[in-house]
Each structure stands twice: as C-alpha cells, then as structure tokens.
Ligand binder design. Structure first.
Ligand SMILES: Cc1ncc(COP(=O)(O)O)c(C=O)c1O
Ligand SMILES: Nc1c(O)cccc1C(=O)C[C@H](N)C(=O)O
Length: 409
C-alpha cells in the first residue's frame, strides 16, 4: 500500500460526512468519479421520489398541482437555495438555464436607468464561455464596450485587477465566484466593494460554488448572481438554474424576456405586459417542475449537513488530492494549474500536461472519470458529499499510470 493510499483510508475512517457517500448511486463500473463539479451523482433515493412524483404529484393531482404548489416552487425552492448562498427570502428564484438567466440579468443591469451614462461591461477573458458569449451578445445589442481583464489561467481575476478595470464608465462587472478552469476562488467581499465604489453593479456566477462554498450574498451587498444546480447541488443533467436579485434592485430592473410568468397578475390574461413588482418579474415561462425533483432532494441533504461542513470536507479533499498528485502525477512532468491551498481555492484542482487529451480518454475507458478542458488541463472535481478519499487516490494513481505510459511513448 502506498503512503497516499494509507492516508486515504485514514481520512475516510475519520470523515464525519463519510456515511453520506453511500446515499448516492455508485455504479460498480465507475472506479473513481472526479467530475461532480460538472455533473453531480444522483441520490439513490430518487427512484422512489420520481415514482411518487409520477404516481401522485403529477399522475393524481394533474393540473391541480399548479395551485397546490408548483406555482410557488420557483420562489420556495429559490429561498432554500438562497439560504445556502447567504440570501434572505424573496431574492432567489429557480428557472431557466444559467445561460438564459445571464442574458436576462445582464440586459436588465445595462438597461437600468442608473447605467444610462455607463458604456462598459467588465469581464475576465478566462470566464466560462457562456458568460463571455452572453456579454459579447449584449454589448453588441446595446452598443457597449467590453473591458476584458486578462487573467492568469492558473488563477482568476484578482481584486487589484478589478480595481484597475472599473471606473465611471463601468455599468456592470461579470465574474465567476470559482473559476471553472483553475478553481480560483474570488474575493467576493473585496471585489463587490470595489465595483460599488465605482458606482457599478456586479453579477457573480456561482455555478462552481453553490452548495460547496459558504457565500454571503446579502452581507456583501451583491447585486446579482446566477448559478447552476447540476454540479454540487446534484439536480441532474439540465436541472434549472437560479438567479439572485438584491431586493432593493428588483423594482428598478426590467428583464428582456417578458413572459406571462413575470407579469403582475399571471392569470389576469391582461392585454399588455405589466411586470410583477418584485422577484417574479425575472421569470418568463412555466417553471420546470419535473426538473426540480432531484434538486429538491439534494437541497434537503445540504441543508441537513450545512455548507460549512461541506466546505470543511472540500478543503480536506483538495488538500489530499494535491498530495496524491504530488506522489503519482507531478513526477511525470505535469504541473498544478490551480491556486495553492488557502482562501483562494475552490473545490476542484486542475493539473496540466500536453498529453492530457489522450490520457483523459484512456482514463474514461478504465472507469476513472475526471474531465479534460482544452488545451491541456485535467480537472479533478471533488464533491464532498459523494466523493471518498479512496476514490480520489484510485483516480489520481490511475492518472499517474496513464501519464507515465503516455510520456514513455
Ligand atoms: C461558470 C459557468 N457558467 C455557466 C455554465 C453553463 O450554464 P448552462 O447551464 O446554461 O449550460 C457553466 C457550466 O456549464 C459554468 O461552469
Ligand atoms: N453543462 C454541461 C453540459 O451540458 C455538458 C457538458 C458539460 C457541462 C458542464 O457543466 C461543464 C462545466 N460547467 C465546466 O465547468 O466545464
């Protein structure tokens, strides 16, 4: 047994959250799942939940379900997710995809009366593609300029870079809380303050932090946020995203997809659109009720465990993964492309080597599942409620073997 294998066994034995790893579907063909930061595993209890949904909620209640709860679902589930990211009720809503919510909120922010004399959107050049593409599209639609922050791809936008980029022309700053590539964890408090000092609005993308990193949206005065629910909130492929709009801003912002679900009185069937006075105006169409079944089950689990405890295990997992990488992978020429342990590190690590596209394909054939991000990165995603230390050891050791094979030629 290697030193890191022994350590993994000790860490699993001492892990206070270890019992929860058994609550997820564990296919014997999957030796090591290291991609929970892209698609979380399903809870094993879902079979029963889906059966209940089909047989009772949908099958028996039928159209009555809307009055009996489905109409309130985007707000009630939104409040529960809001509580996980530090938002008081009435500011978080579930629906649409992250991409669509980004469009709605970015358009709303730059169109706001307070942004009238402001002509720039600030975003970093290594933000997730959909965030950059939506900013490009809105800037083109509205005749705005994009100020790109050029970031180190092993980190993310620093406070100093944001301070240097914002000014009286800035309407909105769009940043990720945790960078999808490097796992860099942004300074939400400092950056939000700097953006506000410049008189601008800030939108945080919480896709890679929701459910795993304690976040204080209200306490930091964040204006807008979006996040997806299929990563650390295990909502399943394509589960709906959530949007946060600070209460004081809700009446001042108008989003561009004016559907009936965002109208002041949904069933008035009014001749003209009049937006709801509150958070409801950020909805557009029918809530994706079926797509929230798995999400609700996971939100229950995260509420029960608490995000602080999840974060504690996340720190332990990333720390252990770094040791395992140092033992098995870095000696073969790969380099760590993530921040060091500490306050700037999220819940995944990226390691880089030119051979990694092929190495990743070999790993998938062996049932070891991290993911590859061009041009040369393998991401090791650590999802604290479902990932064991032993699984990390197995996966990282396999990565080392495949890298050794690839570099031997
Ligand atoms: C930071 C970030 N933003 C946005 C998205 C994607 O959003 P969507 O669910 O609309 O595909 C992802 C992942 O897919 C992401 O990692
Ligand atoms: N959302 C995804 C999808 O629909 C297909 C494949 C991957 C994804 C992802 O979530 C990618 C992920 N956000 C990333 O950080 O790369």
């Amino acid at each position: 047994m290697t030193d890191t294998a022994r350590l993994a066994a000790e860490l699993d034995a001492a892990d206070p959250l270890a019992a929860h790893t058994g609550a997820f579907v564990r296919d014997p063909g999957v030796v090591s799942y290291l991609d929970g930061n892209s698609l979380g595993r399903p809870l094993a209890s879902l079979e029963e939940r889906f059966a209940r949904f089909v047989g009772h909620d949908w099958g028996s209640r039928l159209i009555r379900g809307w009055d009996e709860g489905w109409m309130r679902l985007p707000y009630e589930l939104g409040d529960r997710i809001g509580a996980l990211v530090g938002a008081a009720p009435g500011q978080t809503v579930v629906g649409d995809s992250t991409t669509v919510l980004l469009y709605k909120l970015i358009r709303a922010a730059v169109d706001a009366p307070r942004s009238a004399a402001r002509t720039e959107i600030v975003i970093d050049d290594d933000n997730f593609p959909t965030d950059r593409f939506i900013v490009e599209g809105v800037a083109a639609e509205r005749g705005l300029t994009i100020r790109w922050i050029e970031v180190d791809r092993t980190a993310g936008a620093t406070l100093e870079q944001v301070e240097a980029a914002v000014g009286e022309r800035t309407a909105l700053v769009v940043l990720s809380h945790v960078a999808y590539r490097s796992g860099f964890l942004a300074d939400v408090a400092g950056v939000t303050r700097a953006v506000h000092d410049a008189g601008a609005l800030v939108l945080w993308d919480l896709c890679h932090s929701a459910g795993v990193i304690p976040t204080e949206l209200d306490a930091h005065g964040v204006d807008l946020a979006v996040g997806c629910t299929y990563k650390y909130l295990n909502g399943g492929p394509g589960s709906p995203a959530f949007a946060y709009v600070r209460r004081e801003l809700q009446g001042q912002l108008q989003q561009p997809i004016q559907g009936w679900m965002g109208a002041a009185d949904v069933f008035a069937m009014a001749p003209r659109y009049r937006p709801a006075p509150d958070l409801a105006r950020f909805l557009s169409g029918t809530p994706p009720v079926l797509a929230t079944v798995a999400l609700e089950a996971m939100v229950e689990l995260v509420e029960q465990v608490g995000v602080a405890a999840v974060r504690e295990k996340s720190i332990a997992l990333t720390g252990f993964a770094e040791q395992a990488l140092a033992a098995h992978v870095l000696p073969h020429g790969a380099v760590l492309a993530s921040p060091p342990a500490g306050p700037r590190r999220g819940s995944h690590l990226t390691v880089a080597h030119p051979s990694f596209r092929e190495v990743n394909a070999r790993l998938w054939e062996r049932g070891v599942i991290p993911d590859f991000r061009a041009p040369d990165g393998i991401r090791i995603g650590l999802s604290p409620l479902s990932t064991t230390f032993a699984e990390v050891e197995l996966g990282v050791a396999a990565l080392g073997e495949e890298l050794a094979r690839a570099t031997r030629g």
